[in-house]
Ligand binder design. Sequence first.
Ligand code: FO1
Length: 322
Amino acid sequence: MNATLESPISKLNVVALAGGVGGAKLAWGLAQLLPPECLTIIVNTADDFELLDLQICPDLDTVMYTLAGLANPETGWGVRDESWSMLEMMARYAGPTWFRLGDRDLATHLRRSQWLRQRFPLTWVTRELCKLLGVRHTLLPMTDAPVRTVVHTDQGPLPFQEYFVHRGWEPVVESIHFEGIDSAQPTQEVVFALREGDIIIFCPSNPFVSLDPILCLPALRRIIAASRAPKLAITPIIEQQALKGPAAKMMRELGLEVSPVGVARYYQDLLTGFVLDQRDENLKMTIAFDLGIRTLVTDTIMRTEQDRVRLAHEVLEFAAQL
Ligand code: FO1
């Protein structure tokens, strides 16, 4: 796809905070409009985990594969045109198959884990993987330190992927904890990107398990709050539902209002703008007047590549008015 942004916005430093599939789609749209030196995507690493002695970084990989044009279009995660021979053999050995690692995807985990064992930091490893896949925009893990989401549920505390994939986000969430967050530092690259950012975008990712880990890193929330850049979020909730994943179910279980208003309120102290879906237009005034956040109402569903670019374009134009 060949799109350009005929406006001075294309020269600004845009920083996007992203988690899984929704964040990756918007990041891809932004990457079609902005030159590589103008877009940095800071990605959640708290759903990373270790499986078969490999370091798996699902959100980083989802964004990386999407920007590389390699993402599986059916799932949003993993690699397109995947084969599953390793998993079939693993089943014969009675090994773990609940987390579906495809053959091509496996190469990423093997290479990353090898470099991490050689003590290269995750930021370096991510830059290298991106370079080798032809991703030219900057992808940054939120930290090089291990941070792990633990979901406290009616069935006890569960590591994130155990809750999300193995148990299909069926347990009732009582609270969420990010193990290691207090001693983890955001990387210098992350801090620099946010300090130099002219626009900060909260992608339509799960607020509790995708963006919260980034915002809970020591000093990051303060840096974002202090930034004078326009800061805007795109709703991951439309008509009381999440397009994908457990965000709406989590909101309900955590006792929050399941709506774009609930999301805007959750980020209230950080935002200057909020993008809500046209299906929720009636909530615009509540966000604007009760929460004091400027709003843009548009079609936020990204079904096609054109949708991603259109939404990215609208978001950038909106940011320019804030
Ligand atoms: N999500 C699933 O629902 N089932 C899987 O088997 C699965 C495998 C998987 C493998 C590699 C990868 O990078 C991601 C994978 N995901 C899978 C997605 C991932 O667990 C979640 O989407 C994120 O952690 C939430 O953002």
